[in-house]
Ligand binder design. Sequence first.
Ligand code: ADP
Length: 209
Amino acid sequence: MELSSRQEKIVDIVKADGPITGEKIAEQLQLTRATLRPDLSILTMAGFLEARPRVGYFYTGKHDSEALSGKIRRMLVKDYQSLPVVIKENVSVYDAISAMFLEDIGTLFVAGEDGRLAGVVSRKDLLRASIGQQDLNAVPVHIIMTRMPNIAVCRKEDLLIDVANRLIEKEIDGMPVVRDADTGLEVIGRITKTTIARAFAELATVHEI
Ligand code: ADP
């Protein structure tokens, strides 16, 4: 629910000085009690304020939680995505492990010959491949990767909270941010659990309660 600027002011006054009577609020706004009556009843009915007879108006805290959820719903992938690391599908498992260390990254995206998203390789995919007897230089990553069309992807206009929920539901650490290209999907970014942790921490610093 969107509050008018006068309703916002009333909430601020009650937050600062509540419990406070309607008369006192009207005084602070230099308005009559009658002018404020509709705003006060809207704020009370909507649950922002609570009215106690002979005591006055109390602030319920609803406004802050609505503001916080509104803020979360405005967080978009494009404002939080980081740079992806994309390797070619013919790269060996050995080189993929080296890339993971060099780039200090937990998930590698794999592109086909055409440069389009072909798969994803995680830390455990590489560990699993490493405990067998095979020559890691001889096995290309496309053999061990999770491949399209089974890759969970997101787009830059998606809500970060929706991506967070999909990471939880699919039990994965990250997903590529993609855009449509002629022959498939082009990887343009990545969102990981670290991205979500950073966004969560940021909420505590920018959110004023
Ligand atoms: P780890 O395997 O290191 O625990 P994840 O939990 O991210 O890392 O990966 C679990 C499995 O899911 C792996 O086999 C990986 O290839 C796959 N995977 C990772 N990211 C995605 C994704 N975005 N879409 C589909 N599968 C994925």
